[in-house]
Design a protein around this ligand. Sequence first.
Ligand code: SF4
Length: 330
Amino acid sequence: MSEPVNLLVDSFGRKHTYLRVSVTDRCNLRCQYCMPAAGLNWKEKAELLTFEEIEKLTRLFTAMGICKVRLTGGEPLVRKNLLRLVEMLSAVPGLKTLAMTTNATLLAPQAEALKHAGLKHLNISLDSFDRRRFQEITRMDALPEVMAGIESAIAAGFPVLKLNMVPIAGFNDDEILDFAHFAQKHKINVRFIEFMPFKDNQWQADKVVTFAEMKARLEKHFHLEAMDQPQGEVARDYALRGGGTVSFITSMSESFCQSCNRLRLTSDGSMKSCLFFPPEINLRDALRQNAPEEALRGMILACLQGKPEAHPPAEEIAAAENRSMIEIGG
Ligand code: SF4
């Protein structure tokens, strides 16, 4: 049976198959590179998309060409009854992969149930194995809960389990080898994500540890074997001799916008065609005014046609009036 036509093609010919859905702007951590210490003016419940609205939009996007959805936040597990949303989205026809990115502080008691409900890919954000340093980054003393969450995820046997680490020069980049050893020991994947500029995250160019630097450091201690890069996949993957894999997200040193396949939906129902492009379109209000499906499709395609070819230089991103990382969900 032939693949359904993907309608989500932008003006540069890029086919979009991946939707990142932020289910909340709230988080129980206060990571320095993500949000201000005081937190944010959280959105009222009524401003957030309901599970039924997320499901309706996911069905529409899937019918237009999306086949992978990732749940993000803030911290998605702070949204009550998230398991029910996972069950609802797992039943969406045509949705091949349901994924989530979490800080794992609330994961341990529900990892098995989430997997059972249909969650296939799990990414866990962790930037240090050192308890004091973890507290310094997140402003919370929660490393034991995170490690318990990781253990429960490994035990649950998610088909895809990855750790997301953001090395910051002079801060936690001395742990890059530890994370690679962890990947090798537990036969999982660790993704090293170049530090990206967002509103109020004190980004500086000299804090970025580039792909080339990280790879050179790792190659002094590990044999890295390049792996094939699936279509649309932005990460550079390497197998570690002895098991496990490492990946690099090189958005600052080697942009991958030419093969971008992702769109975003914010927790208050706005569609963003690009992470670093401020303009967005509000689908929530149209949905709540019972806009016909055709009109919603038109809005999605209009937003997509406005997508830029690539993100601007980092300094421009840092200065732009865009939503903060926690409001977009990465
Ligand atoms: S910066 Fe924008 S265009 Fe580039 S990869 Fe990210 S979302 Fe895609």
